[in-house]
Design a protein around this ligand. Structure first.
Ligand code: BGC
Length: 433
């Protein structure tokens, strides 16, 4: 390892921590990306929870706590809706998908007004897992988040077995193994750390057991985890179940088989694809997924392989040190699949805070993070700060057209799919709203 490599890693760790800190909204919400039209002004439970976990892991405890406070406020504000969902499920009359919690909220906690692929359970499991990990790591009292933890536990216990959109906001008619992994991690965490008690703890324990059984009985094929129940395919998100979520033993036959299959089918020249049929921006490789693979490798004792992942992800940074959502070297599809997405939403989201957070999380797992933390502070509401929060009423957030589920005719004709990226693959298209 050269000195240049070491310095480059430290620089990117510092840059990532500072960038996330600077872009965190005074409310505690983390924007998914500061400059991508469809993401602007929104915080996702999925991205945010992994971002908070990354910040927590590198010592930025106040930033992570502020995010978890934001989650707690959002959840408590939605208590009536959560109680209705839970009551209806208990009565055997589950509410329709549109009555479920959304995947993302504006920074002020209000739900989005755009049409979105909203019913996603994984982020709620991930927040439970991340807040418990954070409290454990920094010896914080979970009482601060107790009510929101209880609400989320009830919500997941009542609804974990419903099909919903996955990490990529696609295929809402399937039960996704990565989603189940996040739910399992969350339920196990709250039970193990006594964040819920009494009857609620019993319910969480038995739901966790049922989720685990489902993953093992229906989420495995050919010795590896699969994308959804009944599928034989892989998804780059599956390595998260080995690490950091730790719901599958990385060194078990299933853990080893999953990493081997991911390396065989989704790893190309150091970077990880989401899945083989990906069409989003042409199907590039994702730094954040590459860091998840790095975490799994590190948990398997493969430090060299984990460092390769870190350095590949670091190598995708722009000259100013911004990590993108994905890179287009080695697209799964020909380049003509990228332009329709650029026409619709602009260039690939850069910086993507989740990418930076996964870089931090892997660097921390590899003990590459300098111990001092001069930057840790809660987000400030200082108007002179370089942060530029975008509220739903901010003209900047309405400048962009509402995302439609269809984009203009893709240049290639292919089979129709129900997926988010699918419509680009139909010969028959609908013009963007
Ligand atoms: C990804 C989601 C992510 C969102 C915000 C979407 O394109 O599919 O996983 O949560 O962007 O980053």
């Amino acid at each position: 390892m050269t000195t240049v490599t070491v310095h480059r890693r430290i620089d990117l760790v510092e840059r990532s921590r500072q960038l996330i800190q600077d872009l965190q909204d005074p409310s505690g919400a983390y924007p998914a990306s500061s400059d991508f039209s469809a993401y602007q002004g929104y915080c996702w439970f999925r991205d945010g929870s992994f971002i908070a976990d990354g910040m927590s892991a590198v010592g930025a405890a106040a930033s992570a706590s502020a995010f978890f406070d934001w989650c707690a406020r959002v959840l408590e504000a939605n208590r009536p809706q959560i109680c209705q969902v839970v009551a209806a499920a208990r009565a055997g009359r589950p509410l329709p998908d549109r009555a479920m919690l959304p995947a993302r909220f504006h920074f002020d906690g209000s739900p989005g007004r755009d049409d979105w692929w909203d019913f996603q359970l994984d982020g709620y499991g991930t927040w439970l897992w991340a807040v418990v990990e954070h409290a454990e790591r920094h010896r914080l009292d979970l009482a601060r988040w107790r009510e929101a933890i209880e609400l989320t536990t009830d919500y997941l216990v009542s609804s974990w077995d419903r099909p919903c959109y996955d990490w990529w906001e696609e295929h809402d008619d399937e039960i996704h193994i990565s989603t189940l992994g996040c739910v399992l991690a969350g339920l196990k965490a709250v039970v193990a750390r006594s964040a819920v008690t009494g009857e609620r703890a019993e319910q969480a324990r038995s739901a966790a057991q049922a989720v685990e059984d489902t993953i093992w009985r229906q989420g495995v094929a050919d010795g590896h985890l699969v994308k959804w129940i009944g599928s034989q395919e892989l998804d780059g998100s599956l390595s998260a179940l080995l690490a950091p979520l730790a719901v599958v033993d990385p060194n078990s036959e299933l853990g080893l088989g999953t990493v081997a299959a991911l390396e065989d089918q989704l790893l190309a020249d150091g970077g990880v694809y989401r899945f083989r049929a990906d069409t989003f921006f042409g199907g590039g490789r994702w730094p954040l997924l590459t860091c998840f693979l790095g975490l799994a490798r590190q948990a398997q004792g493969d430090r060299r392989g984990a460092l390769d992942c870190l350095d590949w992800a670091g190598g995708t940074a722009t000259p100013s040190g911004d990590l993108p959502e994905q890179v287009d070297g080695g697209l799964l599809l020909d380049r003509s699949w990228k332009q329709p997405w650029i026409d619709r939403w602009g260039a690939v989201a850069t910086p993507l805070l989740w990418s930076h957070a996964m870089y931090l999380r892997l660097a921390a797992a590899l003990d590459l993070v300098p111990p001092t933390d001069p930057t840790d502070s809660a987000p400030s509401s200082d108007p002179t700060s370089s942060r530029r929060p975008v509220s739903p009423d901010d003209p900047a957030s309405s400048r962009h057209p509402a995302p439609s589920r269809r984009i203009q005719s893709g240049p290639v004709d292919a089979a129709t799919t129900r997926s988010r990226t699918g419509p680009a693959r139909t010969a028959e298209t609908e013009v963007e709203a």
